[in-house]
Design a protein around this ligand. Structure first.
Ligand code: PEP
Length: 250
């Protein structure tokens, strides 16, 4: 059975002192769990701190966004190469909180995904539907279109060893997680969509579930066939809850 992957998304939380405490608690509680992969995606200014505290542990770190460009006059942007300077191995791409607040198009997201891959950073691509779209029954069409923008430009092979996180927008930060059947059904759809075009890419693709995962619902979600782990927001800010979720992944 492939190793599960659990990713903490700290969003715009933390400061030097609280991060130190939280990362040290992660080291104490989570590093002894050695049959899963754990990543913490921190705000940019704290990448150096994550690197200095987590290096030589089995917890990897990453960022929450990346520029679609490699270098140049792009004020406020951070490139893949810059992330690599701080040892970042992963980057979240297309999180719905960014896609809505900063008007990120599917095309921009696709370019960011390719940038990460080109520089050896593992992209964690977020996809998912709104509540209205789910109620209208068009969730697979919506997620399919998000994936198609990447597939049509770069081919399905680009998903080899990448990560897709299914994050229904109605479940993020609401306390209302998708049921394990709802999540499994979308994960199966995502893997199937890639598999039709590239079987080996689909087999190496990790598909995470994100949206109000907590230590209580994690086991039911992670036990599903196509759920390879989770992207965790709120509960990653509490070391004990995050540990509970990581243990559920074992
Ligand atoms: C997220 O924002 O990626 C997320 C999953 O948040 P939460 O766990 O708080 O719903």
């Amino acid at each position: 059975m492939p190793r599960k992957l659990v990713v903490a998304n700290w969003k715009m939380h933390g400061n030097l002192a609280s991060n130190k405490q939280l990362l040290e608690a992660y080291i104490q509680k989570i590093t002894p769990i050695n049959n899963i992969d754990v990543v913490v995606c921190v705000p940019y200014p704290y990448l150096a701190q994550a690197q200095s505290i987590l290096q030589n542990t089995n917890i990897a770190w990453g960022a929450q966004n990346i520029s679609k460009d490699a270098v140049g006059a792009y004020t406020g942007e951070v490139s893949a190469v810059m992330l690599k300077d701080f040892g970042a191995r992963y980057v979240i791409i297309g999180h719905s909180e960014r896609a809505t607040a900063y008007c990120e198009s599917d095309e921009n997201i696709a370019t960011k995904f390719a940038q990460a891959k080109a520089h050896g950073i593992i992209p964690i691509l977020c996809v998912g539907e709104t509540l209205i779209e789910r109620e209208a029954g068009v969730m697979q069409m919506v997620v399919g279109k998000q994936l198609d923008t990447i597939i049509n430009t770069y081919g399905a092979g680009v998903f080899a060893n990448a990560v897709v996180s299914y994050e229904p927008i109605w479940a993020i930060g609401t306390g209302l997680a998708a049921s394990s059947d709802q999540a499994q059904s979308m994960h199966e759809f995502i893997r199937g969509k890639v598999a039709v075009l590239d079987k080996s890419a689909a087999a190496s693709l990790k598909i995470l579930y994100g949206g109000s995962v907590n230590p209580q619902n994690a086991v039911q979600l992670f036990v599903m066939q196509d759920i390879d782990g989770g992207l965790i927001g709120k509960c990653s800010l509490n070391a004990q809850e995050f540990e509970g979720i990581c243990r559920a992944a074992t």
